[in-house]
Design a protein around this ligand. Sequence first.
Ligand SMILES: NC(=O)C1=CN([C@@H]2O[C@H](COP(=O)(O)OP(=O)(O)OC[C@H]3O[C@@H](n4cnc5c(N)ncnc54)[C@H](OP(=O)(O)O)[C@@H]3O)[C@@H](O)[C@H]2O)C=CC1
Ligand SMILES: Cc1cn([C@H]2C[C@H](O)[C@@H](COP(=O)(O)OP(=O)(O)O[C@H]3O[C@@H](C)C(=O)[C@@H](O)[C@H]3O)O2)c(=O)[nH]c1=O
Length: 291
Amino acid sequence: MKVVLLGASGQLGREWQDFIERQDEDEFNLLAYTSDDLDITHYQQVSDELRKQKPDLVVNCAAYTDVDGAEDHRKLAQKVNVEAVLYLAELSQELEFKLLHYSTDYVFPGSKLDRRAMPEGYPEDYPADPINWYGRTKWEGEQAIRNTSSNYLILRLSWVCGQYGSNFVKTMLELGRERDKLQVVNDQWGSPSFTTDIVRNSIALINAEATGTYHYTSKGLISWYDFAEKIFTLSDINVEVESVDSDTFSTKAPRPHFSKLNTRKITAELGEVVDDWEEGLIALLEQLKKR
Ligand SMILES: NC(=O)C1=CN([C@@H]2O[C@H](COP(=O)(O)OP(=O)(O)OC[C@H]3O[C@@H](n4cnc5c(N)ncnc54)[C@H](OP(=O)(O)O)[C@@H]3O)[C@@H](O)[C@H]2O)C=CC1
Ligand SMILES: Cc1cn([C@H]2C[C@H](O)[C@@H](COP(=O)(O)OP(=O)(O)O[C@H]3O[C@@H](C)C(=O)[C@@H](O)[C@H]3O)O2)c(=O)[nH]c1=O
């Protein structure tokens, strides 16, 4: 299968490349493009390249992911997360490739009431109602695909962490080593998704010829504070972590209080593929230690 990977230098893009390199058979012929190789907002270049390569599958790991930055750079976030995605969806229809696109838990409103009503998380068909600009652009990008392409897979993820790029685990390890004391929010609940699990399950969904929208995240429901505590305990880092609410640790973009994704649908499709978040964290810390 010929696969074009966009956003190849991000945390998920690099994990995709690693995963394919580790495969024994040549199941996938992967062509990886960083933003320098191919900017997805340069439509003519995208069109020329995809017409030339004629892929069976385009994996879109490219996105504007700076949640606070999106509030100040609304047009850019809109261009990358909506307009360029619409263009990819149009090309998928015209050139007949499958489009695998990633989206986020931040499309959901995340009220504290929702946490009580849906402790196992939001199902795929729960109405989106994002509370920040990043979430809004990601939702509009999803809708652009649904309204345009008949051959797509949208995989919603939450709290993505892996060995590459920047994420909460790596930020905590850095801050924990630099500082004596940290504040971490205790009133935003969800679950991390680890990049190795995401790529494995993305490929399983592709092999199962799944289409439509799916959720993937680890088992369990934790706050960022719980996550930070576990990162420090497992890493033997001695730092004082103060548990604070979102008003105390305020950010430019509001974050949902609850953003757990329900994973019943992917489990029904693929079997018991959803891993425990603590196991995922232990594996990631091991990987980081080796690097
Ligand atoms: N990170 C997270 O916690 C979550 C992420 N997701 C989704 O998962 C997907 C992958 O995220 P993740 O790997 O974490 O993100 P990263 O921020 O690590 O990577 C995003 C990549 O997109 C590239 N990019 C940005 N703009 C363009 C552009 N115009 N053209 C081409 N490439 C571009 C970036 O390149 P460069 O660095 O060179 O600009 C970067 O390599 C995204 O769709 C994201 O919304 C979903 C839930 C949680
Ligand atoms: C660094 C830091 C963050 N926080 C808070 C801020 C925020 O509410 C939460 C997580 O911080 P981050 O900056 O990693 O969060 P954030 O950028 O909101 O992460 C999100 O990224 C996008 C792309 C997604 O799609 C989401 O699923 C989610 O993973 O922890 C603290 O409380 N203390 C700290 O020292």
